[in-house]
Design a protein around this ligand. Sequence first.
Ligand SMILES: [Zn+2]
Length: 272
Amino acid sequence: MKFFISVDMEGISGIVDGTMVSRKQGDYERGRKLMAFDTNACIEGILDSYPKAEITVSDAHGGMNNIDPTDLDKRAVLVRGSPKPQSQMAGIDSSYDACMFVGYHAKKGTLEGVMSHTYSGGNIESLHVNGMEVGETGLNARIAAHHGVPLAFLAGDVATTKEAKEVNPGIVTVAVKDAIGRMSAKCLHPEVAREEIRKGAANAARLKLKPMAIKAPVELLIRFTDARRADAAAFIPTTERVDGKTIRLVAPDMIVAYHGFIAAVLCGTAVS
Ligand SMILES: [Zn+2]
C-alpha cells in the first residue's frame, strides 16, 4: 500500500496566527516542530494499519521547506522545495492508494477559519473549478483524483473539516482546533491532537474510497484581490478576461489547470 500526505501549516495543532508559520517570525521554530509531529502522527496511524506501507510526505507551506528532515519519521520520504510541478501535491502519481491532508486550512473568507485563504492570501479572492468554489482542500483533492487517488483523511480546524466533507463525504476528519476568529482558536493540546490524528489516519487508511470525478476540459475562474493583479495574469496565453478582477482559464485536464492557476498567482505577485 502507498500513501501520500500533503502537509500545510495553518491547520497544525496549536497554531493560530502568523507568528509560527513564517520564517521571519520568532515562534517559527516551534511551528515547524508542531508541523513535523502532526505529520508523524499521521504516518504512525497509516503504519498501525499497514506496517509495510510506503509513505511520501509533501511539504506544502510557503517555500515548502518547513519540516526539518531530521524531525520526520524516517519511515517516510520527504518532498520539499519550491517551485515545482504539482506544487502542494508534488510527488503524487497513480501508484498511490490514498492521499491525506494534514495542517490544512479553510478557503478565503470562511467564517471562523484559522488563517483562511486560497493558495495566496494577498492575491486570490476566490477560485472556481468547473463552477464550484474551492479552497486548497478541493483543489488538491482534484489533483489526487486526476491520478485516480482518493482523499481519505484531513486534519485541520473545524471549518476545514466541514469543507473537506463537502469535497468527499466519506473521508475521516480530525479537528485539532475550533476557530473563534481568523487569528484565534480553542486548541487541543498537541499531544491529544496527535493521538486523534493517529487514530483517524489508521481508520482512513483502511477505507476503500473512490476518487472524485473530474469533467474535462477544466474551467477555472480566478478572481484576484485587485484589478492590477488580474491585468498581469491576463497575459497568460488562452486566458480570457471576465471582469476587472477575474480571469477565465480552460485547460484540457486538472494538472494543466493547476499549473495555469499557479502561473496566474505568480503574475499577481510580480505586480504586488
Ligand atoms: Zn500554508
